[in-house]
Design a protein around this ligand. Sequence first.
Ligand SMILES: [Zn+2]
Length: 175
Amino acid sequence: MDVPDILLSYFSFRLRFSSYAQDQFEILLPLACEWAEVKEKVALENGVPLSSAQAEDAKRVGVIHPERVKIFAVPQIPIPRHPILRSAAEETQLITPATDGLTLRYGIFIKSSFLNDRRLIVHELIHTSQYEKLGGFLPFLRKYLMECITIGYPEAPMEQEAIRLSMVICADSKS
Ligand SMILES: [Zn+2]
């Protein structure tokens, strides 16, 4: 990255952060946590455990408890109904009708047509590992949502980590 790029991303960060009021974020965050916890429960109750190959991938990307993960195949990734959450999801493009996967700690929603997409599942497992490393819903969502609001999705570093690492893992080994 050369100097103009650094300056550019710094100014766009400042601009986006100031245009999104901190108090709005503090309202959004607990709502997002509540929604994520409820939806994790749905995925855990209705999903299936990882296959042994998927559990191997989970360990590869640093998931501490692969046995807790469930994958729930759905025709469409759930979109929050609460107007604040809904508009945040739309604004950040985090959850749209085109979303193929969504990870809420150990509950992973995958669009049915992508169930055999190893790269996508590995990508979502990296998010599970990020939840574990950060210590749960609140710290994960605080960091992840803040990155998506200030830097943008999918440019956010936590998202980039999942994109980059899933490509490396799936290029390195076949299963
Ligand atoms: Zn992601």
